[in-house]
Design a protein around this ligand. Structure first.
Ligand code: PRP
Ligand code: URA
Length: 209
């Protein structure tokens, strides 16, 4: 069964509460999403292998520990996942970036794919899907399935907010995918929006509504 890590930390709850507030405008919303992503990336990359090498400080010789030549690929789900790319890259600049374009059809609530481009060597990489919202789990499950269909099987996911329904759906379909989450909210409403949530993440990022 996939491991669910919910990062309960004052820096995250504070920034996330600001994001939830309906008065918060797009500029601050984007900035906060980027900052929280750095904190989530910190936890999601905890198991990256390191190698040691002798180094010299101004004071003495010592052993330094460096991230091995591990290949990581981040896969933002468009649109809202784009707002997590810079934050992630600021802590791990060597990660390559793939993109999956998906939107939820507002009537059927099912994910519709419109773009797919991942690094050529994606199957050799630790892939980390980025999407602020895990609601029904339809988009995440579709993204994971697309990656697996391309022979990518080393997959994790980072979400800012998840609904219990979405977590359950991903765990049922993809028990091998560990998920790192900023907050687990109460439920979904009748329009499959997360309650209390923060509204439509893409619209709030880009001011489209
Ligand atoms: C949002 C969000 C997720 C999806 C979550 O995207 O960024 O991708 O909904 O919902 P689900 O778990 O029920 O699939 P949306 O479809 O609104 O597309 P957008 O980012 O382009 O606005
Ligand atoms: N997508 C969003 O952007 N917000 C939700 O609450 C659910 C899905």
């Amino acid at each position: 069964m996939s491991k669910i890590t919910v990062l309960e930390h004052p820096l995250i709850t504070h920034k996330l509460s600001l994001m939830r507030m309906k008065e918060t405008g797009s500029k601050d919303f984007r900035q906060l999403l980027s900052e929280i992503t750095m904190l989530l990336a910190y936890e999601a990359t905890r198991d990256l292998p390191t190698y040691d090498a002798e180094i010299e400080t101004p004071v003495s010789k010592t052993t330094g520990y460096f991230i091995s030549d591990t290949k990581v690929g981040i896969i933002p789900i468009l649109r809202a996942g784009l707002g997590m790319v810079d934050g992630f890259l600021s802590v791990l600049p060597t990660a390559k970036v793939g993109h999956i374009g998906l939107y939820r059809d507002h009537e059927t609530l099912l994910p519709v794919e419109y773009y797919f481009k991942i690094p050529e060597d994606a199957q050799d990489r630790q892939l980390i899907i980025l999407d602020p919202m895990l609601a029904t789990g339809g988009s995440s499950n579709a993204a994971i399935s697309f990656l697996k269909a391309r022979n990518c099987h080393n997959i994790k996911m980072i979400n800012l907010i998840a609904a219990p329904e979405g977590i359950k759906a991903v765990q049922a379909a993809h028990p091998d995918v560990d998920i790192f989450i900023g907050a687990v909210d109460e439920k979904l409403n009748e329009y499959a929006y997360i309650v209390p949530g923060l509204g439509d993440a893409g619209d709030r990022m880009y001011g489209t509504k």
